[in-house]
Design a protein around this ligand. Structure first.
Ligand code: FAD
Length: 288
């Protein structure tokens, strides 16, 4: 059951990350306030792959969004470094503050994260929450238009994705991608595999060259020549790169919306200016 309500034709949502440990919440409060003014259908808040139940930052940022009454918070939750009782603890905290939407993830395997051995894959987490809590939580999951970097083939990755939907994921959000054709091919394959839940396109505007290496290694997404040309021409000037990156993202979004995509999930990098510049240009199109 998907409880996120949208009165427009296409969903429009944001992703933010919580502040680093022991830094103040003042800045994230300003970021969420600015984003909430743009009426997103939901705002999702990331969570460390090795996150523990003692770390309340994701929960606290979700609380800010919930208390505003202006949008729905979605708490990311990773399982690779968690035990079942730690997951229970976090679910209790989310319930306490009235958050019932989760993006269920495995988390990246990484030397700093101890694999506790109680969950192998995101589908295990989804299955665990559904079997324990029924429909109390609305669960979303991640998907990868270019295939996940560990998967042996895209076909196998889609079979594994279907496991998440069968376990109870009612909405999917993609890893960032820059070539819409990559997304359409993936959407067709998902359709053939019987994946019938909404798939939101994750869009990451490239607004400075410092992002690029990280983005490519994280996503495995291919860079269309149009984008590499923009980076080559404007990458050395921050203002020019900001304008070029926002324009590229706007064109990408408009093309996706015209192809009847379920929705757009914007990786904001906690920069409300990015979100505002894009929203201003596409808000009228979300209705059609
Ligand atoms: P899974 O769905 O478990 O898949 C991981 C790999 O295992 C894939 O290759 C899949 O094909 C394979 N697989 C799945 N099931 C099986 C099976 N039964 N048998 C064999 N192989 C299988 N990371 C964070 O740490 N924090 C975040 O907040 C966060 N937010 C994210 C948000 C989005 C929208 C996306 C796309 C990613 C996010 N990530 C986050 C990154 C994510 O944790 C990593 O990409 C991770 O490596 C995979 O997570 P998953 O939930 O997709 O894993």
């Amino acid at each position: 059951m998907d409880t996120i309500v949208n009165n427009r034709k296409h969903y429009f949502s944001f992703e933010i990350f919580p502040p680093k440990q022991s830094t103040s919440f003042d800045n994230i409060k300003k970021v969420t306030d600015s984003l909430l003014d743009l009426s997103p259908d939901f705002i999702s808040v990331t969570y460390g792959a090795g996150g523990t139940a003692k770390d309340n930052r994701t929960v606290e940022v979700c609380r800010l969004i919930a208390e505003s009454g202006k949008s729905t918070p979605v708490a990311h939750l990773t399982c690779i470094g968690a035990t079942k009782s730690e997951i229970d603890e976090i679910l209790d905290k989310l319930t306490e503050i009235g958050v019932s939407d989760i993006l269920a993830l495995r988390g990246d395997r990484n030397p700093n994260v101890t694999h506790k051995g109680e969950f192998e894959y995101a589908s295990d987490l989804i299955y665990y929450i559904k079997s324990k809590m029924g429909d109390k939580f609305n669960i979303m999951a991640a998907c990868y238009p270019a295939g996940h970097n560990e998967s042996v083939s895209q076909k196998q990755d889609i079979i594994n994705l279907k496991r998440k939907v069968d376990a109870g994921a009612c909405r999917l959000i993609t890893q960032m991608f820059f070539d819409n054709e990559e997304f359409y091919r993936f959407r067709d394959l998902a359709d053939v595999a019987g994946i019938d839940v909404p798939i939101e396109a994750g869009i990451m505007p490239i607004t400075n060259t410092r992002q690029i290496e990280k983005v490519i290694s994280l996503s495995g997404a291919s860079m269309p020549a149009r984008l590499t040309r923009l980076i080559a021409k404007y990458g050395k000037n921050d203002n020019a790169m900001f304008d070029a990156g926002i324009s590229f993202a706007i064109q990408q979004i408009i093309e996706l919306l015209s192809n009847d995509i379920s929705g757009i999930h914007l990786y904001t990098m906690n920069n409300p200016e990015v979100a505002k510049s894009i929203y201003r240009m596409v808000k009228g199109l979300l209705e059609f």
